[in-house]
Design a protein around this ligand. Structure first.
Ligand code: AMP
Length: 215
């Protein structure tokens, strides 16, 4: 299985990517997570990426492409990719690398979601600083404001989930990433999923959209 996931921030791609990678038994490569981990660790890559993440800007293509090529090598060419590609040059670089390996993509799965729902979901997103459990102040609030139901930890907001940054990330998505839907449609790889509704409902639709690809 070699699958890329596309869609605006807040479409629930991260959760679906995790579930799909488990289902197909392949490694998940999530570029945002790799960057956040590196920022936390203060690695060279993290130092390079930090300001871009904070501002909701894209990290330069050459930096991301190098990181992803390495991750694909480590994954032996089987993966679910979440958060990459996000620009046309990234999609072209991925295609060239997979052609070189003789291991082309089997599909690009795009999650579709209305902008206003995206803003609501992301600007309301909170995560427990201790156990990482996700909440949403509007959609799934905790019983006590700012406190995790499960472990009592403090709920925090990702810095790039503030409303003005979310709107900026959406603009970046429409401008740079949305053209990739056409790129993959032209190659006969595009499949689309309605990302509105419950996590389980979206997952079922995603699995159905990929059903003919086997497990
Ligand atoms: P995400 O968790 O996928 O929303 O990614 C968080 C941030 O990481 C993005 O806003 C970018 O700053 C950076 N990032 C993740 N993936 C990419 C990519 N493919 N190209 C450029 N920047 C990326």
């Amino acid at each position: 299985m070699r699958l890329v996931l596309l869609g605006p921030p807040g479409a629930g791609k991260g959760t679906q990517a995790y579930r799909l990678a488990n289902r197909f038994g392949v490694p998940l490569i999530a570029t945002g997570d790799i960057f956040r981990r590196n920022v936390e660790e203060g690695s060279r890559l993290g130092v390079e990426a930090k300001e871009y993440l904070r501002a909701g800007e894209l990290v330069p293509d050459d930096v991301v492409v190098k990181m992803v090529v390495k991750a694909i090598e480590n994954a032996n060419g089987r993966f679910v990719l979440d958060g990459f590609p996000r620009t046309l040059p990234q999609a072209e670089a991925l295609e060239a690398e997979l052609d070189r390996r003789g291991q082309p993509l089997v599909a690009a799965l795009a999650f579709l979601l209305d902008d206003e729902i995206t803003v609501k979901r992301l600007a309301g997103r909170r995560t427990c600083a201790v156990c990482q459990r996700p909440y949403n102040v509007e959609l799934h609030p905790p019983r006590q404001e700012g406190v995790c139901d499960r472990c009592g930890g403090r709920l925090i907001q990702r810095e790039d989930d503030r409303e003005e940054t979310v709107r900026h990330r959406l603009e970046v998505y429409h401008h740079l990433t949305q053209p990739l839907l056409k790129f993959y449609a032209e190659r006969g790889l595009l499949r689309e999923v309605d990302a509105e509704g419950t996590e389980d409902g979206v997952y079922e639709r995603a699995v159905a959209a990929l059903a003919d690809l086997g497990s």
